[in-house]
Design a protein around this ligand. Structure first.
Ligand code: FES
Length: 145
């Protein structure tokens, strides 16, 4: 039995891309997080959906760009290791994405990080009062069905 919240089925996490969900952090702020495939033993890692260089989302509603096991920032192209979160190139070189603890069990991915409380699948909704007011059109998060 896993002491955490089931976020998604393992199969929901794309081989090349990301699974986007929203959580609340320890300061009651709404935060977007992503699940990505990784080649280590767990197979899946979670990271904040924000570049360490500027307030830029990796996944803007259609999955993060990934290549060779790295998450690519769409703004300046820095690449982050999907397993470690480390970045060694471009504007974000020398930084690392903050860890988000998840575990895989029973075919599902569970959020087990004390810092976060799972809220819902997908992007943060516009009615949240946060500062993630970057260049994303609000209409991108609307799903028909
Ligand atoms: S905003 Fe991501 S590398 Fe600049």
């Amino acid at each position: 039995m896993v002491d955490g919240t089931r976020v998604a089925a393992v199969d929901d996490v794309p081989e090349n891309g990301s699974y986007l969900f929203t959580a609340e952090d320890a300061y009651s702020r709404t935060k977007e997080l992503i699940l990505v495939r990784c080649d280590d033993e767990s197979g899946i890692e979670a990271w904040p959906n924000t570049c360490t260089h500027e307030n830029q989302r990796f996944d803007r509603g259609t999955g993060a760009a990934m290549r060779d096991g790295e998450i690519i920032c769409p703004k300046h192209g820095s690449m982050f290791d999907a397993c470690s979160g480390a970045c060694e190139n471009g504007e974000a070189a020398g930084t690392s994405l903050p860890e988000v603890d998840v575990t895989v069990a029973d075919g599902g991915v569970f959020l087990i990080d004390d810092e976060y409380t799972y809220l819902y699948e997908g992007a943060a909704r516009d009615d949240e009062d946060d500062e993630d007011d970057d260049d994303i059109p609000s209409s991108t998060s609307h799903i028909g069905f």
